[in-house]
Write a protein that binds this ligand. Structure first.
Ligand code: ZN
Ligand code: FE
Length: 255
């Protein structure tokens, strides 16, 4: 079984510690704050032996060195970004399997936010670690990749089972919901999701993880082929990537 600890770090990041309950092998998914993650692991009695990075940004790799120095943990990271991250022991590519004790995760290509961004998917557990590729009702800004690349990556995630629990790296859901409602106002699944997000935030609770099936129905970033959204954008006959690009640009300009 996979055990998961979710740790709020920095302003709005989530770090994750994951553990194979049979062997005790423990990994940190990204390292937004090395001290916070080490303290949490200590409190839980977990010994971090691996770090898995999704992409090179500092708020995902900044704690690598501190954790590796203290625990001797190995670092697994996307081959395409390993040189920028530094100190990488295992360079992985899309399609590779990464082992945690008796469990294993598949590496999924989600380039776009950064060129080599990857997600980690535990099929047997229906658990996804999506980094900055997919947020609740959102996706990461396209700092490096094209809309075509990002949409292809999100299509890979959208193809995963509905029951998949998505563990993303930021608590952006409330702002994402405001934007999503502006662009897809008639979507009842979105309205319900936005209500739930509002309730959770009012209670100062995390809106993450979330069910992938709910996001498929609610998020404009996963609905490039939806006729209503296309009509709203005036893009009935555009390619999927162009519809996605229009949504992404509208979000970038949304205030
Ligand atoms: Zn990032
Ligand atoms: Fe980030």
């Amino acid at each position: 079984m996979l055990e998961i600890r979710q740790i709020a770090c920095l302003d709005d990041n989530y770090g994750y510690l994951i553990r194979c309950s049979e062997t005790g092998e423990t990994a940190s998914i990204d390292t937004p704050d090395g001290e916070a993650l080490l303290n949490d692991a200590k409190a839980a009695g977990w010994a971090i032996s691996q770090i898995w990075n999704t992409h090179h940004h500092w708020d995902h790799t900044g704690g690598n060195a501190a954790i590796a120095a203290k625990t001797g943990a190995s670092v697994t990271a996307p081959e395409a970004e390993a040189d920028r991250i530094g100190g990488v022991d295992h360079r992985v590519r899309p399609g590779d399997k990464v082992k945690l004790g008796k469990l294993s995760a598949e590496v999924i290509d989600t380039g776009g936010h950064t060129l080599g961004h990857i997600a980690y998917w535990f099929e047997s557990e229906a658990v996804l670690f999506s980094g900055d590729a997919l947020f609740r009702l959102g996706c990461g800004r396209l700092f490096e990749g094209t809309p075509e690349q990002a949409q292809a990556g999100l299509a890979r995630l959208r193809a995963l089972p509905d029951e998949t629990l998505v563990h993303c790296a930021h608590e952006y859901s409330a702002a994402n919901a405001r934007f999503a409602l502006s662009i897809d106002p008639g979507n009842e699944a979105l309205q319900a999701d936005a209500d739930e997000i509002r309730r959770l935030r009012e209670a100062e609770k995390a809106t993450v993880p979330f069910r992938l099936g709910d996001d498929k129905a609610a998020s404009p970033f996963l609905r490039w082929d939806d006729p209503d959204l296309r009509r709203h954008l005036g893009l009935e006959y555009a390619s999927d990537a162009n519809v996605f690009a229009a949504v992404r640009t509208a979000k970038d300009n949304f205030r």
